[in-house]
Design a protein around this ligand. Structure first.
Ligand code: FAD
Ligand code: S2G
Ligand code: ZN
Length: 472
């Protein structure tokens, strides 16, 4: 706090009260590093406003005193976007006191929530009124809606419902000058000029602070079937999703690919997980079908699709979950990969997307190049096949030195991102850029796109106080 002017601190306290300020170093710690301790920073102060008006007043003061702000939700981001820099001069603005569910409107199928609401709480609020809010990801117990919006989060149901951008109808945003933009409309159609909410969705706190949102609700699903399927190759997985989608259409709500090594990591480090098969296989997919009809014939449909695939040699084994507990165990296997990687040394994360049809060739050629150049590295490949989104993470060779492995991070990254570019893909499918991929974006993104992004940034945040050092 020493870096801040006394009258600034007094004025902040007059806005948020002592309850809304975290000053001592001890209590500040959890705001200064991310979920996996990959990024650490220092803050002059952590402020926890309780309302949009308080956020606006804090932003106005930071603007007036020219103090940089780092918006923060659940701190589960994987690109260091919510962590302050090392200067100790920035203020972290945590939305975690703004957890209100402002309105649930079942006639217009919308739910209006505040930015600090935990994703799981929003899912539960929808379920209470017989609706579904479909965003679903491994961090849903601690990530916030504001963070989901700021990173345009994806997760496992994108292939059926889309990502956060697709699920949002309106936003309330505090702009870098402290003005409150109230765009909290729940209209499905509003064609009156530029669609401004889409500027802020995915902006990772660099264009303003999202304080509330109007989100879409969907009919609750009343029947679900889940299968764990073994395959001989990633190519078989791409062929299989075509078969299942052709047969089941929009009932296909999850199709998650996992390599054997991903599964091995989970079996090794995540308790209460077990392999449904006795044999090991190179690849697995977790398939979920769901329907709003109770007792929809989902098992029969899935057995029909898998049966045909088995005859064609695309599937080598399959099991349909026969209980809620087994469904949960299969998803725990999938969602446990992120955590399991942390127990195998540094995990060099690459959240890439390529056209779905290119996934097999991307994996085959990139695996080869990496293993040729970095003998012994372990490639943890898994992710959301339906979106062409692979989490293509690299763990160190067994027994090697963490520091020596991390020294190869850029070289490994360029092999992966050059392959991504060759396949017309993106270097960040769902996690955003944060601080982790800022340099890579400068290298791999189209210069005109970067210039347009900078023009928008300069227009909205001319003093550059909103989350500096992130994205651009
Ligand atoms: P934070 O980490 O607090 O912040 C993320 C970014 O948003 C930062 O740049 C921050 O400045 C900004 N920000 C936060 N709140 C606001 C606000 N109110 N206004 C403006 N800017 C704001 N992500 C996926 O997309 N798909 C997945 O499948 C997925 N799986 C994950 C699994 C695990 C186990 C973990 C740990 C993470 C996973 N993530 C996934 C990443 C992460 O959960 C998402 O990026 C999530 O949306 C971040 O939300 P958060 O509240 O934790 O945001
Ligand atoms: C997921 C988490 C990313 C990672 O589990 O779908 O988005 O690489 C990821 O840990
Ligand atoms: Zn993911």
């Amino acid at each position: 706090m020493s870096a801040l002017p006394d009258d600034f601190i007094r004025e902040i306290e007059a806005v948020v009260g002592a309850v809304g300020m975290v000053c001592d170093a001890e209590r500040m710690q959890s705001y200064l590093s991310d979920w996996r301790n990959a990024y650490r920073g220092e803050a002059a102060l952590v402020v926890r406003p309780a309302s949009t008006e308080e956020v606006a007043a804090v932003v106005r003061l930071c603007n007036q005193y020219e103090i940089a702000l780092v918006p923060q939700g659940g701190n589960t981001g994987l690109c260091g976007g919510s962590i302050p820099d090392a200067s100790g001069t920035q203020v972290v603005l945590s939305l975690t006191r703004m957890t209100g569910i402002r309105e649930v409107d079942t006639e217009n199928e919308t739910i209006t929530v505040e930015a600090g609401a935990i994703l799981q709480t929003v899912q539960e609020a929808a379920a209470e009124v017989g609706r579904l809010f479909p965003l679903s990801l491994g961090a849903e117990g601690s990530c916030t809606v504001g963070g989901n919006l700021a990173t345009n989060a994806g997760g496992t149901a994108v292939l059926r419902y889309g990502n956060m951008r697709d699920l949002t109808l309106g936003l309330e945003v505090v702009l870098p000058d402290g003005q409150i933009w109230n765009g909290l409309r729940g209209l499905r159609k509003d064609n009156t000029g530029y669609d401004l909410k889409h500027l802020f969705i995915g902006s990772e706190g660099t264009l303003g602070i999202i304080t509330a949102a109007v989100l879409k609700l969907y009919p609750a699903v009343r029947s679900v079937t889940t299968a764990w399927v073994a395959l001989p190759s990633a190519h078989a997985a791409v062929q299989l999703i075509g078969i299942i989608r052709g047969l089941c259409g929009d009932r296909l709500t999850g199709f998650e690919l996992m390599s054997r090594l991903s599964v091995d990591f989970v079996l090794r480090h995540v308790g209460a997980c077990s392999d449904p098969f006795t044999e090991t296989h190179p690849w697995y997919v977790l398939i979920e079908l769901s329907d709003t009809q109770p007792d929809a014939p989902l098992n029969e449909l899935l057995e029909q699709g898998l049966g045909g695939a088995l005859e064609r040699g695309l599937v080598t084994d399959a099991v349909l979950a026969s209980s809620e507990a087994q469904v949960a165990a299969l998803w725990a296997m999938r969602e446990g990969i992120s955590e399991a990687q942390n127990h195998e040394g540094p995990s060099l994360k690459h959240d890439i997307s390529v056209p779905v049809s290119c996934i097999p060739a991307f994996i085959q050629t990139t695996d080869q190049r990496l293993l040729d150049q970095f003998a012994g590295v372990r490639i943890v490949a898994y992710g959301h096949v339906g979106d062409g989104n692979l989490h293509y993470n690299v763990s160190k060779p067994v027994g090697s030195d963490d520091t020596a492995f991390k020294a190869q991070q850029d070289a490994i990254m360029h092999v992966i991102y050059e392959a991504t570019t060759r396949f017309q893909g993106s270097i960040s499918a769902e996690h955003g850029l944060g601080q982790a991929k800022r340099a890579a974006a400068k290298h791999y993104k189209d210069p005109l796109e970067l210039a347009l992004m900078r023009a928008i940034k300069t227009t909205l945040d001319p003093k550059g106080l909103m989350n500096p050092g992130k994205v651009l």
